[in-house]
Ligand binder design. Structure first.
Ligand SMILES: *Cc1c(COP(=O)(O)O)cnc(C)c1O
Length: 386
């Protein structure tokens, strides 16, 4: 059980291997909102799966090593980090695939309505998929900023991120859910930039469906499988579009027609990528180990890192992220000319961040392995380049 103490930034640094800087030392790694650093436990879990399970157990591993049950077992572990009681979350496939399924399943919960309302500044894959889902379902796609959305009796689905991927602004999910529900619409939340860096209370907020990726702040590794959440109240009527065999009630009966598995298990599609799943299994121990701090503490430590960075920035730097703690996710973005060039220059100085077009540099503050010193070094190196 995670503890409620408020940890120092960098509290689990010993549990990670950090990317190398050009001088051979550890980089100041502030790209955890894109690809989290490697937890030692993730590496150990993959090596054990390769050497002891795949090599020595073979096909029996689906049962004997617990592989078959892993999507839901990991779903419950991730669910615990986003306020989901067990049995409502499943891990597998990419965020994009999960989102496609969630948007269509959400639309099917509200037949007769005509609008899919989505964040105008949503992550590209979310925007591209919403466009295709609207065409497939016959809904009209309408876009707006999450804080300006006005769902009405025509709105079937409201699709929003918890945190803006560019600016790092944290949206008021509670208010968005309340407005959507008052209009009778269902909410599909994308938690990719929130899970593992701030507390989310899916059950408490009444979110209907949610998806998110596990390779950012959860450190599951490149291409780690995403997760999908569906509130239990929708399970009986949940009608997903991707009716793969592993989401069947009895996959090994190999029946003629598809019968959905009970509950969220019907969101499973095909054979799960077990090595990636088990990397995530190891990585999650950073968050739910016996000495792991709970997410409010992780969040406070991440905000402290952002504050240290902002305080060390010279006056006049154009910060696009809100400074108020309640409106900030896990990263801070600054607007600079030639963001790509500056990003490369920072990397040569051992500070890894990323650039987003047209002119943003993003600094990700993953509290488990980023220290206050790292945050100040990053600000100093950026200042030296400006
Ligand atoms: C990172 C991110 C994704 C990534 O989608 P993939 O299918 O994993 O590539 C999707 N949506 C949001 C909001 C993200 O931040």
């Amino acid at each position: 059980m995670p503890s409620n103490s408020s940890p120092e930034p960098g509290f689990a640094r010993h549990a990670f291997v950090l990317p190398r800087a050009p001088d051979g030392g550890d980089a100041v790694y502030l790209a955890g909102n894109s690809l989290g650093a490697q937890p030692r436990a993730a590496r150990d879990a993959v090596l054990a799966a390769v050497d002891e399970q795949w090599a020595r157990v073979g096909v029996a591993g689906w049962e004997d090593s617990g592989w078959w049950a892993t999507p839901q077992r990991l779903g419950d572990r991730v669910g615990a980090l986003v306020g989901a009681a067990p049995g409502q979350t499943v891990v597998g496939d990419s965020t994009s695939v999960q989102l496609f399924g969630a948007l269509i399943a959400a639309a099917r919960l509200r037949p007769g309505r005509s609008v899919l309302l989505s964040d105008a500044g949503h992550f590209p894959t979310d925007r591209y998929l919403a466009t295709s889902v609207a065409r497939l379902t016959g809904l009209t796609l309408v876009t707006a900023s999450p804080d300006a959305m006005a769902p009405d009796a025509d709105t079937a689905v409201v699709a929003v991120p918890a945190v803006d991927f560019r600016t790092g602004e944290r949206w008021d999910l509670a208010a968005i859910v309340d407005r959507a529900h008052a209009a009778g619409a269902v909410v599909v939340a994308d938690l990719s930039h929130a899970v593992g860096v701030l507390p989310v209370d899916l059950d408490g907020l009444g979110v209907d469906l949610a998806v998110g990726c596990t390779y950012k702040y959860l450190n599951g590794g490149p291409g780690a499988p995403a997760f999908a959440y569906v509130a239990a109240r929708h399970h009986d009527v949940l009608d997903p579009p991707l009716t793969g065999w592993t989401g069947h009630a009895e996959p090994f009966a190999m029946t003629e027609a598809w019968t959905p598995a009970p509950g969220v298990g019907r969101l499973r599609v095909g054979t799960p990528p077990m090595l990636s799943m088990l990397a995530l299994d190891g990585a999650l121990s950073v968050f739910d180990g016996s000495d792991s701090p709970a997410l409010p503490g992780v969040h406070a430590a991440s905000l402290a890192l952002g504050d240290a960075f902002l305080e060390a920035l010279p006056a006049g730097v154009d910060v696009v992220t809100p400074r108020e703690h309640g409106r900030r996710g896990g990263h801070v973005a600054v607007r600079v000319p030639d963001a790509e060039g500056r990003c490369a220059a920072l990397a040569r100085r051992g500070v890894v961040v990323d650039a987003r077009p047209p002119d943003l540099l993003r600094f990700g503050f993953a509290a488990p392995y980023v220290t206050l010193d790292d945050a100040r070094v990053a600000a100093r190196e950026l200042a030296a380049l400006l």
